[in-house]
Design a protein around this ligand. Structure first.
Ligand code: ZN
Length: 460
């Protein structure tokens, strides 16, 4: 009888465990598929928007040539707006792609976006910096109202796939201060002493405990460009000059216009008048994050082809799903696992003759494809732009930490807990001792104990 009961109990647990495992696999595949689909969809709309910006440039030559002032007014209006409507359409479409692949709305993501819409509407139009200048000058009159409504529209439908390369205008520069560097926290959590060896060789020995705070004061957030959307921004700029100034001839421009199905003449006036054109901004240089040479080479098996070797607009996505377990945990508590998946995609294309799309700096219709890219080669910051816990830590906990020390901050915050551990003299001593003997074993692609997220970020 006892034997029989034992067998039954064992079998029950095996069945429950097996069910949980299957469920976890299924949820994992849902997060991967929907994350990838959302990233591809967002990049697709970035490509469409970039091509539209190119079309607008071509239309402007034609309008100039034909002396159509009404069209010219409409075009200059569109130039500024497209940088918001294009990316926000990408954001909306990527939600749909994630949902179509079985992902549910994430209430935290949705709440964050709702709050941000309110902030854009109420704070952006009036915020003034320390120098008395407007912090967020409107790209066109009434822009923040329109932008806020677009954000609200996305939030009203529910957010499933968060834009992980989101860069809010008020965001801190992640390189500006050690406490803004997520690698620092991960190095503490994982006892990754090699991280210190490469990034802050003397910090373990130099640091002095509170009070007062040993750290330099937290820097003010830098003033950022507000002419591109905070979500899936196209990274465009505008410049005033003549079309000729970009090194294109009238025939070439006319040819491109015909290719895009835009009819009209291109003449001397169109080519030589100085007006504002949509151009690529400085971030569209070489794709350094994907470079296979240099100090931190990306572990691609071959180098990126010249024609695709540009950075610029891309889309990184973060999705989460929770799988509840049937197998009871300690004390009969129910357990659930949260799975996070990040994924990135990028618009690709070239001008004829395998020229880079950025060859003339002027935006021309050139994007014909989108591909998934490794998240580490995307413009998403190391901690993730939509990592809400990290955001809360930076914005709300760090100022208190600097004032009142490591034990004034909430222990519910993972990052604050790392700062408490950092405060232990013995902990830092262990690291310094280890490095004194073993620093020659450190390799830039990981080494040591690995980061909090499981080893090196390179190659993900
Ligand atoms: Zn914190």
């Amino acid at each position: 009888m006892v034997f029989f009961i034992m067998i039954v109990v064992l079998l029950t647990f095996t069945a429950l465990w097996n069910f949980d495992l299957q469920k976890l696999f299924r949820v994992k595949s849902v997060t991967q598929n929907s994350g990838d689909a959302a990233a591809l969809m967002a990049a697709r709309w970035q490509a469409i928007s970039l091509n539209l910006a190119g079309d607008i440039n071509l239309l402007q030559v034609i309008a100039l040539s034909e002396g159509d002032t009404a069209a010219l007014g409409a075009i200059s209006n569109l130039q500024a707006r497209l940088r918001f409507t294009g990316p926000m359409t990408a954001m909306l479409a990527s939600q749909q792609a994630a949902k179509n692949n079985g992902l549910h709305v994430n209430p935290e993501y949705t709440a964050f976006l709702h709050e941000h819409a309110v902030r854009v509407r109420e704070e952006y139009p009036t915020a003034v910096g320390a120098d008395g200048e407007m912090l967020f000058p409107e790209p066109w009159p009434g822009a923040w109202q329109v932008y806020s409504r677009m954000i609200e529209t996305v939030a009203d439908d529910g957010v499933a796939a968060a834009p992980d390369n989101m860069r809010l205008y008020s965001d801190h520069d992640t390189g500006g201060h050690m406490l803004y560097d997520v690698g620092f926290y991960e190095a503490i959590a994982g006892r990754n002493w090699c991280w210190f060896h490469f990034n802050a060789p003397t910090l373990l020995e130099d640091y002095v405990n509170f009070f007062p705070a040993w750290w330099p004061p937290l820097p003010e957030p830098p003033r950022s460009d507000v002419s591109n959307s905070e979500f899936y921004g196209l990274r465009l700029d505008s410049t005033v000059r003549s079309m000729e100034g970009f090194g294109l001839t009238a025939d070439e421009v006319a040819g491109r216009a015909t290719e895009r199905g835009l009819s009209g003449v291109v003449n001397e006036t169109g080519m030589t008048t100085d007006v504002a054109w949509v151009v690529y901004d400085g971030s569209w240089g070489a794709w350094d994050a994907a470079s296979t040479s240099g100090e931190y080479p990306f572990p691609f098996s071959g180098s990126v082809r010249d024609v695709y070797n540009y950075a610029g607009a891309d889309a990184a996505v973060r999705v989460e799903a929770t799988a509840g377990r049937l197998t009871p945990g300690g004390g009969g508590a129910s357990i659930s696992n949260t799975l996070t998946w990040t994924s990135a995609a990028k618009p690709f294309g070239s001008l004829e003759g395998e020229q880079l799309p950025t060859a003339y700096r002027l935006v021309l219709p050139a994007f014909s494809d989108v591909r998934l890219i490794p998240v580490d080669t995307s413009s998403a910051p190391a901690a993730g732009g939509f990592n809400l816990a990290w955001r809360e830590h930076i914005e709300q906990h760090l100022p208190g930490y600097m004032e009142d020390g490591p034990f004034s901050t909430p222990s519910s915050c993972w990052y604050c807990r790392q700062l408490r551990r950092w405060e232990e003299v013995g902990f830092r001593q262990t690291g310094a001792d280890w490095l004194r003997l073993n620093s020659d074993q450190c390799r830039p692609t990981g080494g040591g104990g690995g980061g909090g997220s499981g080893g090196s970020r390179r190659g993900h």
